[in-house]
Write a protein that binds this ligand. Structure first.
Ligand code: ADE
Length: 397
């Protein structure tokens, strides 16, 4: 994570976060550890909790505790402990709540606005990592319930074009392979949702030789999927032919009991969306005559007629539940946007309103510049004559 490392060195020199309390609710992975340490290097007091019950890497928790980061996370916690961890993360250190929050999915911000309101007075601003969290926060802002400014890190091109597309694309395929060890070549893989994550999963599945079918509700995206070379069909039609179903919609009730009834024996169910609401796991459990864990992160459901369906990582986001999330090279850009957006909030929070802001373009461009530099890639620049041409209107045919 060379970009983040370079930023950490600058933060250390400039003491960019001196004495600032930051509570972060993120997937506790090795990449997140680097973000926490970069903020700590700038003088922040960082506390961290998990943003999903199944994504915490326990070895990372142990390592961070040794580095004086207050971590409240454990893989496999239930909902009660999950929220206990959020509460503890907000309350640490005891002398006042956070001045900055970092969220992935908006559970921490929601908790702060509903169950820990007394801490709101300390907060200057926050950042949000993911599409789902941004949707929740925009709904909060629209209802005038958001009480401090939040920067939507997901809005940066250097985040969603790479993290959502190449990160989710690769790590979801990685999760399917680790959990099932199936051959993807020749398989019918159904991708529900053709946002940046869906585009990435479809692209990588195609690259592995799968026959990809996209299910979408948005006409423009469906058209794009078609012209990108995929078959496009409603889920109700493709349910009976699909062999692997991957949800990337960010919405609930995408794959339901009606689909399970139609599915072929052996179909595999994978969710790559933030919350475990896309596949109706409760309906599947109810329909099942028996459930057996047959491999790590893989449950086999026996339905009527001895039909078997397989569920990866309990229907939670598979790329972090059954694999290790996105590789460091892509999280480098996402977390550089996080770090620079937090620095931006430190400098500008008093001028901001309690709404959701895009990442400033200068930050996005700077992350791209630093990433290219770290990769040793050089690019051209415009001549003064070209700049002038682009700023003029007189010269036509
Ligand atoms: N989200 C997706 N992949 C991640 C990773 N490796 N670390 C933190 N958050 C992530």
């Amino acid at each position: 994570m060379q970009v983040l490392t370079a930023l950490a060195e600058r933060f250390r020199r400039q003491r960019s976060f001196e004495g600032i309390r930051i509570s972060a609710c993120l997937h506790v992975t090795a990449e997140t550890a680097n973000l926490a340490l970069a903020l700590q290097a700038g003088g922040a007091q960082v506390s961290l909790c998990g943003s999903n019950p199944l994504s915490t890497q326990d070895d990372v928790v142990a390592a961070l505790k040794r580095r004086k980061i207050a971590v409240f996370a454990k893989r496999g916690v239930d909902n009660r402990i999950y929220y206990q961890h959020i509460r503890a993360c907000l309350g640490h250190p005891p002398a006042g709540g956070p001045q900055l929050t970092v969220d992935d999915g908006a559970d921490l911000v929601t908790y702060l606005h509903t169950k820990a309101r007394s801490l709101l007075k300390h907060v200057w601003g926050g950042t949000e990592e993911t599409t789902t969290g941004v949707i929740r926060l925009k709904a909060m802002a629209k209802a005038k319930k958001l009480e401090y400014p939040v920067v939507a890190v997901n809005s940066a091109l250097t985040k969603h074009l790479f993290d959502n597309r190449y990160g989710t694309g690769q790590s979801t395929i990685d999760a399917i392979m680790r959990a099932t060890n199936i051959l993807l070549a020749g398989k019918v893989i159904v991708v529900a949702g053709y946002g940046w994550c869906g585009r990435g999963v479809a692209m990588r599945a195609k690259g592995m030789g799968a026959r990809v079918v996209v299910a979408e509700v948005d006409s423009t995206r469906a058209l794009e999927a078609l012209m990108d070379g995929y078959e496009v069909m409603p889920l109700s039609k493709v349910a009976r032919v699909g062999e692997v179903f991957v949800t990337t919609t960010g919405n609930r009730d995408v794959v339901t009991g009606a689909h399970f009834k139609q599915m072929k024996d052996g179909a595999i169910l994978v969710n790559a969306g933030h919350f475990d609401v896309e596949i109706d796991v409760a309906a599947l459990r109810k329909m099942a005559l028996g459930v057996v864990v047959i491999r790590d992160n893989l449950e086999e459901f026996t339905l009527q007629g001895n039909k078997k369906l397989y569920l990866v990582a309990e229907g939670r986001l598979a790329n972090l539940g059954a694999a290790e999330g996105h590789p460091a090279a892509v999280m480098d850009m996402s977390f550089a946007n996080q770090a620079l957006s937090l620095e931006y909030l430190v400098k500008n929070h008093s001028q901001l309103k309690p709404v959701v802001y895009d990442v400033p373009q200068e930050i996005d461009r700077e992350v791209a510049r630093l990433k290219l530099k770290s990769l040793g890639v050089r690019i051209d620049s415009l001549t003064p004559r070209q700049k002038k041409y682009l700023a003029s209107w007189q010269g036509g045919t």
